[in-house]
Ligand binder design. Structure first.
Ligand code: GLA
Length: 383
């Protein structure tokens, strides 16, 4: 622009009566917020959608139905916010989808228990069987299909919602009345933190986890093959044909389960390996290296196109890495998108599958009168 242009621009501005430029107006970052709205009805009761927004504009939405994580909108490298989890526009989608457990809290026991049977304190308990001969994700009506009691809070760590569900003694065959509390907090560091608290009046077992399906590209139609995974696990738990662990803690060395250095998912979930054949992809528990009980980063996922990165931290000893093998395009999710096989992946932090029947696996027992807690966080950034 030469001097004449500048003059012309100044004259034009004056002629239009535009106000003089404002000086020194400080731009405040947006305040974290927590909003809620009706999300539809379940068995005559209203489900509510809670949206947590942090000061960077990232949002996470959760509902009291199944204490479900409905949406996470995280920025890509261009600063564009897109949803990185599978979900539905309203509650009907979650109610109708029996099987995939989109974003739900699964329990009382997330994952499988062989033949729906376990022995505790010398008593054998028979659970509902809903996955062939086995018990999966809490049984015929697990925690994902219950309406939880919600309470909202604001903390220095960010907006938060706590969901509580009391599971009666004998529900789906489990002993003891178990009270579970799950708190979702969205922190200013772009982490969605999930804190779990379980207590029971009798000794029982529990393994609560979140079953969110992630696709960091923001577009499930792209599949997950280009995502790169780093998983801090030297061992995993091989399974039999019913996806029940054999009991072995096998080395990942030389197998498609070796993600100790970042690896593209595509070739791994399609590898020629007997365990991948059984799972129809990856559907396995990884034995996390560092000691359980402290919150430590265990998985890092990168999606090169969007630049999004997700870091998973947990206090739990294991993580079920599931590559959406059972999705088949019949479920139409958010915005009508058909969720095809491997449209997304799950990282379910957990005690190991079938722990109650495996003496060498970390215990899943909740002792009467004692509180068991755990925490998992999903943190996002873009590069
Ligand atoms: C878990 C299991 C899978 C499958 C999904 C739900 O991830 O390990 O085998 O049952 O839940 O579809």
């Amino acid at each position: 622009m030469n001097r004449n242009h500048v003059c012309a621009l100044a004259l034009l501005t004056m002629a239009c009566g535009a106000p003089p430029p404002t000086v020194d107006k400080k731009i405040e970052p947006p305040k974290p917020t927590l909003t809620k709205r009706a999300f539809g009805s379940v068995d005559g009761q209203t489900a509510t959608l809670y949206t947590l927004t942090n000061s960077r504009g990232m949002t996470a939405a959760v509902t009291d139905y199944g204490a479900t994580l409905v949406s996470i909108r995280a920025a890509n490298k261009a600063g564009q916010f897109e949803d990185v989890v599978l979900g539905f526009d309203n509650i009907e989608g979650f109610v109708k989808a029996v099987g995939p457990y989109f974003g739900s809290i699964v329990g009382r026991y997330g994952n499988r228990i062989a033949k729906g049977r376990f022995t505790l304190n010398g008593v054998t308990h028979k659970l509902a069987t809903n996955n062939g001969a086995n018990h999966l994700h809490g049984g015929l009506k697990g925690f994902d299909k219950m309406l939880w009691k919600a309470s909202e809070s604001e903390s220095p760590d960010g907006p938060a919602v706590t969901f509580e569900y009391v599971s009666k003694d004998g529900e789906e065959g489990y002993p003891g009345t178990l009270t579970s509390r799950v708190t979702y907090t969205l922190t200013p560091m772009n982490a969605l933190r999930i804190q779990y608290e379980m207590s029971s009046d009798k000794d029982t077992i529990a393994n609560l986890t979140n079953h969110a399906y992630f696709n960091l590209s923001g577009d499930p139609a792209r599949g997950v093959q280009d995502h790169e995974f780093e998983i801090r696990a030297d061992r995993y738990t091989p399974v039999d044909a019913g996806l029940i662990p054999t009991g072995e803690l096998a080395s990942v060395e030389g197998t498609p389960f070796d993600f100790r250095k970042p690896e593209r998912l595509g070739p791994r979930m399609n590898a020629q390996h007997p365990q991948i054949k059984i799972g129809n992809g990856i559907d396995h528990n990884f034995v996390l290296n560092s000691e359980a009980g402290t919150l430590r980063p265990v998985v890092i996922v990168r999606e090169p196109r969007s630049g999004r990165v997700m870091e998973v931290s947990t206090t739990e000893p294991g993580v079920q890495f599931y590559t959406g093998n059972f999705l088949d395009g019949t479920i139409k999710g958010r915005g009508g998108a058909a969720y095809q096989q491997r449209a997304a992946f799950c990282l379910e932090t957990q005690r190991f599958p079938d722990s109650p029947n495996q003496a060498k696996f970390p215990s899943a027992v909740v002792k009467a009168g004692e509180k068991r807690t755990s925490e998992t966080a999903f943190k996002f950034w873009a590069e």
